[in-house]
Design a protein around this ligand. Sequence first.
Ligand SMILES: Cc1cc2nc3c(=O)[nH]c(=O)nc-3n(C[C@H](O)[C@H](O)[C@H](O)COP(=O)(O)OP(=O)(O)OC[C@H]3O[C@@H](n4cnc5c(N)ncnc54)[C@H](O)[C@@H]3O)c2cc1C
Length: 286
Amino acid sequence: MISQSLVKEFQRLLGKEQVFLEETDRATYSYDAAVLEPVMPAIVLRPGTSEELGQMVRLCHENSLPLTVRGAGTNLSGGSIPGRGGAVVLTTALNQILEINEADLYAVVQPGVITAKLAAAVEAKGLFYPPDPGSMAVSTLGGNVAENAGGLRGLKYGVTRDYIMGLTFFVATGESVKTGSRTVKCVSGYNLAALLVGSEGTLGVISEITLKLIPLPAAPLATPATATCIPPSSPTAATGKSGPGSRPPWTPSSKRPWNWAGRSPANTASVRPKPASWKKSSERAP
Ligand SMILES: Cc1cc2nc3c(=O)[nH]c(=O)nc-3n(C[C@H](O)[C@H](O)[C@H](O)COP(=O)(O)OP(=O)(O)OC[C@H]3O[C@@H](n4cnc5c(N)ncnc54)[C@H](O)[C@@H]3O)c2cc1C
């Protein structure tokens, strides 16, 4: 049960409209994309600045109120389901791209920036932010860092971890910690940013993220590809043409009536090497 005096403190800090107490509002933030039991928070808070975020973390700490950070709530691990009777802290109003530095190839963002929004903003400047979780149209960069998110491009370009140059975060007491740098050469000191990546909000509340950018690749980022398996006896194989009716209906490979006789001599030769004693029929003894 949250005290009325603490509610008033939050309202004074954030403004009444950024403090949610109605059951319907709280129910909205009682679950995320994980298939887990919802847990009702006592209060939902939406700070609009980094300073408000820090003071709010401190207030929660001083009043022993469990705090759970939430971006878009798309994580699949229950990380943004609150502790019972605790507070949910939304980062959605902390959604500013603070800097895109084209010369030094980095961007500085607030944690509530939508992943796809950053990707589009840097692409407009000929730069590339590769991490592409399937949820990037709605997920936040703070959530991406806390989950070390990555998508299909990860195979070639890596995941969120590979693009973190620096972080600013609040520890549980509300003190701010800045780690990392905007320069490529940053080799001394503890790599605290690496600890925060994948920590699912358990080690601190991220308030600012410095991300590495790379030049936009010249080639298209995706190429549609189709794979076909056409029996050699099909009209398509024989004529090389495709079109309606030119391909037989799909059959599983175990049931395909391969017509080896229909193969060209060259193909047959490559598939079934002839024994050394093999002779053409004209050369064989009658
Ligand atoms: C349709 C769909 C497709 C998806 N595809 C992918 C995919 O391809 N790859 C992939 O990796 N994941 C994927 N996910 C999972 C999810 O989208 C990612 O984990 C994403 O990074 C979560 O971002 P979010 O803003 O929704 O974070 P949330 O779900 O709100 O939070 C995730 C975690 O981060 C913490 N957190 C959020 N903000 C902060 C902050 N500022 N400071 C500290 N901690 C914070 C939360 O407490 C929570 O533990 C997918 C999910 C869905 C629903």
